[in-house]
Design a protein around this ligand. Sequence first.
Ligand code: ZN
Ligand code: ZN
Length: 345
Amino acid sequence: MDLLTKRTLMDYDAPNASTAIVNGKSSNVLNWDDVRFSWAYPKYKRMLSNFWTPFEINMSKDITQFPQLTESEQETFLKIIGLLALLDSIQTDYAGKVADYLTDSSLNALMIILAQQEVIHNHSYSYVLSSIVSKHKQDEVFEYWRTDPVLQKRNRFVTDGYRKFAENPTIENLLESLVYDVILEGLFFYSGFAFFYNLARNQKMLATSTMINYINRDEQIHVGLFEKILKEILKENPGYNNEEFNRFGTQTIREAAELEIEWARHIIGSHIEGLMIDEVVDYIRFMANKRARQLGFLPPYEGYKSNPMRWIIAYQEVDQGKTDFFEQKPRQYTKATDSNGFDEL
Ligand code: ZN
Ligand code: ZN
């Protein structure tokens, strides 16, 4: 059990570029032209160039559309927002805890930007809710994590994995928590994303979907960053890249996918027009396989090699040169100043 040591505030005898990703030495001075990992600076640039805030998004059309959604659409909409709000809140804090044990000033910088983006994601949920429902309802949605049993079960799965690392910061627990991280950012958001993109496909709630699309774009980069961190730790500490860890990876991603499927049946089921639950289930299994491969584990499901929801690609993979649905249209929002569009009603 190798305990992790925290990054020191200043080390006069250490070089500026760190000597190792964890349990290494670094002066803690940050010079982007003298860092250990060549991928850190491009990531930094990419994260900065994606900067956005909810204030830019004009909610006026969504405000008039929300009451016109079916009752189950409204209910699912609010439940998903409630779920995302919880995940992004935890994520802000988790990023900081990981950062403490990275003995590399440039990776710490990336984690700070990541955490800041999680704060913005969180803000966006309050922003959407304060536009479309009463304050009373908004407060209720932010309590769903406490009151909905299916949601509780699913969230506890990740938070337990995080807690183990927070309470006992060993290399092994950090590595395992990184798998939970990729589950949170790269799998647990995805049936929620599918729901919003399906609404957008039907010309509903485009402002909210635009916001979800920005969040999705950020999350893809976050998953990529944690993937890099996991791989570098394994590269520098190859003893941990053993059969047990690899089995843990496949098994945990499988369990997560099953929880996500249970959740999708609960919130989407057969009551959302245009979204077939069987397709969503296949999509979750496909995503689980994709994340497992990405981290170097065997995929948990046989088959499921291609995306069964082809239409979603245009909405989600904004960073891969694919068509950006939202950019194709006259932008749903025009940059608003400090109002969310209420003034235009
Ligand atoms: Zn987020
Ligand atoms: Zn994230």
